[in-house]
Design a protein around this ligand. Sequence first.
Ligand code: UD1
Length: 417
Amino acid sequence: MSKIQIEGGHKLTGTINISGAKNSAVALIPSAILCDEQTTITNVPNISDVDSLEEILKYLNVSIKRDNDNVTIDCSKMENKSIPNELSQKLRASYYFMGALLAKFHKVDMHFPGGCSIGKRPIDLHLKGFEKLGAKVEEKDDHITISANELKGNKIYLDIPSVGATINIMIAAVKATGTTIIENAAQEPEIVNVAMYLNNMGAQITGAGSNSIKIIGVKKLTKAIHEVIPDRIEAGTYLIIASLLGENLKINKIIISHLEPLISKLQEAGVKMDIKDDYIIVNKVEKYKAINIKTLVYPGFPTDLQQPMIPFLTQCRGISKVEETIWENRFQNIPDTIKMGADIKVENNRIAYIKGITPLTGKEVKATDLRGGASMLICGLIAKGNTTISNINYILRGYDKIVEKLQQVGAKIELID
Ligand code: UD1
């Protein structure tokens, strides 16, 4: 497996174009099977999670054509087969095939989803939602069967506003008879993006983006062309990098409002940003001050940017506190960050105290998960000397052309064997 090698300390200048959102694309692609005609999704990121979904679609005899960032899906010859472990384990979002196959065939047979081990990651809320729609769920070891004679709309209250459960239940309810209401729904922009795609194909969903989503069941979905929204987590990762190394570094093709929780925290630390309609230009300044972060559901500070913030906080004067409230195991990047010179104490795997400013030195480190890998990459970019990152398959799951994008703005970074 390849590694990423970085010679740290180089200023970055130019433009980084942000790709389509991973967490939208991985839900939009399974949703496409609800349509009996050919549909096209544009601005799809070139990441290995999308490759894994392509493998599942091909296994189900769905035709999928990828042309640059456009993905065209035709499921006129689709077969409903049991999705084997080696395919479902490749990514967390394989769980969206549960909602999509249930809506289309009223029967799903697959193994539990995989994904980064950042916490327990149960899917009980997804399954309870399917049951409320009238489905029977049978679990045996890692295998799950969900079936229904008929799906009927119902009122579903989520104990936790889970992104995955909200989207999955929404997908499953699109063709149910009657009306479904999801209460305490998650409000992430990716949910709105998926609802708009389903509506473009003929679904009747209102309220996506609020905590109450209403879905009036329809009989049929027809073809549509739909664009993936910009990836707010990729954009946020580059904004953090720009704050540390930017010299007129432009983070382009973004939706500013989706980034507000990060922008306000970076500004509180002292980052100067020139914010325009769909881009931000950042110049590194000399002194940043410590800040506190608590991860929350949207529109709170996103857990997916918590790990990428850690290297930034090592460069802020004082003690920063980071509280992770969503996942139980999201500080796996900390030991390698300490190895590079950071001063960090972790309490109960939930709170980290980062004392800055500490210079970082290049070392051999590893990506322990997707965003933890991004965090190590940022450490490498600001460290003195060379950093080598192993297990980079985690990073490539979610960051489109990350090495090329950074090379283009002046980073000394490459893939090595
Ligand atoms: C999605 C994102 C992930 C992000 C997370 C939180 C995708 C593909 N992934 O993950 O990048 O970190 O949202 O913003 O979109 N929970 C339950 N039971 C369930 C489902 C979730 O208890 O059935 C809990 C989880 O353990 C976690 C919390 O709810 O503590 C949030 O999880 P959820 O929003 O579902 O995360 P994902 O959709 O898996």
